[in-house]
Design a protein around this ligand. Structure first.
Ligand SMILES: [Zn+2]
Length: 366
């Protein structure tokens, strides 16, 4: 089994992490005081973290999403958004993440008068500050933003235009998130078509709490290049008792076209999408060589880091360094930054990093 220190040191890439799902508990308390947000259930950071985690682990996507009221509640000002973004990047850097796409829905931070453009600007400034601080601390990281529209709202076209407007300043793609049941991706078809006409990137939360029709719409009608979660693709895979595996048309397409799956194991356990890590389809999907990536989703709500997710997977399925490197390269191949930047990270950071760790393990064994 890999040690926690080795997993933390190993270079990792993260494609699916929500800005409003990764705040430091102490920062929520600070920001609530500064901006006179009075709805927190407690002002003790540890109690607050425990309260939020309890709230998230109720086996329902809708109840899980309910815990974001307070994180979003303290993210209504420029300085707050900047601080949260900077700290997210610092925390990811310290966890050994070398590339991260952090996503946020600007429409959630406009309650106190900010415009969506101001929200994006503050987030990008925070990412820059965070990258500077992480580099200074010896943990260089490339952090980019995804702009998310809420699927239950009706602002997706405006948000898609916003994402494209900021593409040269650090936004690398467009996403929709929120309750899946009853809000199929095609509700926002015009937004996706706009983004595609602009040659910009699309990932869609689909196949998390809802099944194959949502995945099919996301890929075939909305042009999703990646699937946020996409874990229900297993509903289109049959494993017989003799071990024979049969893929349906949609799962074959997803595997053949190398559609990346942004899997978030612990989050899926908390929302009830899967019963436990041991039952998580990630093991089957990686053995079938789908383009699997490992992600945190919401570090605060789920009480995880990318390293702890890899620790859980290594403990349950025995990943080892080889599989961890494969999953990391999968993520970088699927990243929305330009091709030359992806290649640079794989060749100059990830491969040498894993080679170093393997050499060290070999030295310990011999
Ligand atoms: Zn998500």
């Amino acid at each position: 089994m890999l040690t926690p220190a080795t997993i933390r040191e190993a270079p990792k890439a993260l494609l699916h992490d929500h800005l409003d799902g990764g705040l430091r508990p102490a920062t929520i308390v600070d920001l609530a005081r500064e901006h006179r947000y009075r709805d927190l259930p407690t002002e003790d950071a540890d109690d607050l973290a425990a309260w939020i985690r309890r709230g998230a682990d109720r086996k329902s996507l809708e109840l899980y999403l309910d815990t974001f009221r307070h994180t979003v509640g303290v993210m209504q000002h420029r300085d707050a958004i900047e601080r949260v973004a900077a700290e997210a990047v610092e925390d990811l850097g310290a966890d050994g993440v070398v590339y991260a796409e952090i996503r946020f829905a600007p429409e959630l931070s406009v309650e106190q008068g900010l415009t969506p453009d101001e929200v994006v600007e503050a987030m990008l400034e925070g990412l820059r500050v965070g990258m500077d601080r992480a580099a200074a601390a010896g943990h260089p990281i490339v952090a980019r933003a995804l702009v998310t529209a809420m699927r239950q709202a009706a602002r997706s076209m405006e948000i898609a235009e916003l994402a494209v407007r900021w593409r040269d300043a650090g936004v690398v793609g467009f996403d929709i998130a929120g309750p899946e049941s009853g809000y199929r991706p095609t509700r926002h078809l015009d937004a996706f078509e706009f983004v595609r006409r602009e040659n910009f990137h699309v990932t869609i939360h689909a196949g998390e709490s809802f099944g194959l029709p949502s995945i099919w719409e996301a890929i075939q009608l909305c042009g999703a290049e990646r699937l946020g979660h996409g874990v229900r693709i297993v509903d289109d895979i049959t494993v017989r008792e003799d071990g024979h595996v049969a893929l349906g048309r949609l799962s074959s397409f997803v595997r053949d076209r190398r559609v990346p799956l942004e899997l978030c194991p612990t989050s899926n356990v908390h929302t009830g999408a899967t019963a436990s890590i041991a039952d998580h389809p990630i093991d089957l999907l990686r053995r079938l060589r789908f383009r699997v990536t490992v992600n945190t989703d919401n570090r605060l709500m789920s009480g995880v880091t990318l390293s702890s997710e890899f620790e859980a997977l290594d403990a349950t399925f025995g990943l080892g360094l080889g599989e961890m490197e494969w999953l990391t390269i999968n993520a970088l191949k699927s990243a929305f930054v330009p091709f030359d930047e992806r290649i640079r990270l794989i060749a100059e950071v990830v491969k040498p990093g894993y080679a170093r760790l393997r050499a060290r393990e070999a030295a310990v064994v011999s």
